[in-house]
Write a protein that binds this ligand. Structure first.
Ligand SMILES: [Zn+2]
Length: 460
């Protein structure tokens, strides 16, 4: 299995630190508002990566934090007239509801920054002790010049960075590249007591501390969006490696960003979409499918057209599965045994795609190849053994990808039940009720057709 490592800019063979076990950390959301489409990408892709590692037999410990103290949180809580704690509790509850709806499994640990203040202060103490940090008027800064490897993840050269940096507004910093580990409170802000000042931690510090608390000093995979490579992840490396004296993460994986209508998403451009906006028109599953249809490192473009294309593609998979399932249960099949090796070939192809730096785009095209094959199999009255084998494989692969074909089965039963009710209403000349049922099905994108052979339906 190969993964692309941002640290080396190469696809590398994946070998975890400990055989059979994987320790993963993903930077979670800052909880002050509803999540937007951009937030969903790292959540969905790294959840899927975790599922795939588990599918391959690894025991995965997966940590995703919540940043629950930050300027934006304080600002929003003030504007709503509630405490930051009230705001973040409400936002976390909403995010967890969204994640569940998107088919994302619960992380092994979901620490909150504010619950780790003591550990953060210990890391600050140890960085000062080792000469990697300094205090000035209640603020503690990380001394970037003390870490020779600073810039190794983002491939930035510290001298260039310093030359390019504007003259620091903050005169107390030794270098414009130094960053805050602890800062004193401003009037009215929440704070924690420390020997440096009454204040709060810098954002970068929390991930170093939470990764260490739940996964240890060295982890296998650290992931997040490409927008976090610099400075956030660069600073995490500096803190962790200076405090612990060990390599922090062996593999750094970053997902590409989402553009909206081919432009960078921003509130001011008016092309900003929260997940809540999107699910008024599309299902969570369609959002998930849209995200995983692309390779995780490629930028993707969100638009109504691309979402409609995802809907169609997803329906093709679901319909293919239902057709095959219906064929198995309701038709005559060719007798005799079948050569099942072609099923293994598809499975191998799927795994090869996922093993190649987690290429979900290629893996999904293998699912489409299977659907194409099974559609032909049904048309040609193929052998039952073969049909069953494909059905099992489709179930396995779609479950792994978080596509709910099984739910579709239930829905079909519901449709048949509604059609039965409609038939009964028509028999009793209750045409109003019959029409209501037809409309109800239509609202769920099911089109029914009265034919000589009875009522038929199809998905739109
Ligand atoms: Zn982080």
């Amino acid at each position: 299995m190969k993964v692309y490592n941002t640290l080396t800019r190469k696809k590398e063979e994946f070998n975890p630190l400990e055989d059979g076990k994987v320790k993963m950390y993903v930077c979670g959301p800052t909880v002050y508002d509803n999540i937007h489409i951009g937030n969903t990408r790292p959540m969905i892709v790294f959840d899927l990566f975790r599922r795939y590692l588990e599918y391959k037999g690894y025991e995965v410990t997966f940590v995703q934090n919540y940043t629950d103290i930050d300027d934006k949180i304080i600002e929003r809580a003030n504007s709503l007239g509630i405490t930051t704690k009230e705001l973040t509790a409400k936002c976390i509850q909403e995010v967890e509801g969204d994640m569940k709806a998107l088919g994302i499994e619960d992380a092994t640990y979901k620490p909150k920054a504010t619950e780790q203040i003591d550990n953060m202060l210990s890391m600050i103490d140890s960085l000062i002790e080792k000469g990697h940090a300094y205090e000035k008027d209640g603020t503690v800064f990380f001394d970037t010049s003390s870490f020779k490897e600073y810039g190794k993840l983002s491939k930035k050269n510290i001298e260039d960075l310093e030359a390019g940096a504007r003259i620091s507004v903050d005169e107390s910093k030794r270098s414009p590249m130094d960053f805050v580990l602890w800062k004193p409170k401003k009037e009215g802000e929440p704070f924690w007591v420390s020997k440096y000042s009454e204040g709060r931690p810098g954002w970068h510090l929390e991930c170093s501390v939470m990764a260490k608390a739940y996964l240890g000093e060295s982890i296998d995979i650290h992931c997040g969006g490409t927008d976090l490579v610099f400075p956030h992840h660069e600073n995490e490396i500096a803190q962790s490696e200076c405090a612990n004296g060990k390599q922090f993460a062996k593999y750094w994986m970053h997902n590409g960003l989402i553009n909206v209508d081919n432009k960078k998403m921003s509130k001011s451009k008016g092309n900003f979409f929260t997940l809540d906006d999107i699910v008024k028109e599309f299902s969570h599953e369609e959002v998930r499918f849209f995200i995983i249809s692309a390779h995780y490192r490629s930028p993707i473009n969100f638009s109504k057209e691309s979402m409609l294309a995802s809907r169609n593609a997803l329906n093709r998979i679901k319909n293919g599965y239902s057709t095959l399932d219906f064929y198995i249960k309701n038709n005559e099949h060719k007798a005799g045994s079948a050569d099942l090796s072609e099923i293994d070939n598809y499975k191998r192809k799927f795994i090869e795609s996922m093993d190649d730096d987690f290429n979900t785009a290629d893996a999904i095209s293998v699912i489409f190849e299977i659907i194409k094959t099974t559609n032909v199999l049904v048309k040609e009255n193929g052998r039952l053994e073969l049909a069953n084998g494909y059905l099992e494989l489709l179930k396995e692969l779609t479950t792994l990808m978080g596509i709910n074909v099984i739910e579709n089965e239930l829905k079909d039963a519901e449709i048949l039940e509604l059609i039965e009710l409609r038939n009964k209403a028509r028999k009793e000349k209750d045409y109003q009720k019959a029409d209501e049922i037809r409309e109800r099905l239509k609202s769920k994108n099911i089109l029914i057709e009265d034919t000589r052979d009875g009522v038929k339906y199809k998905r739109m």
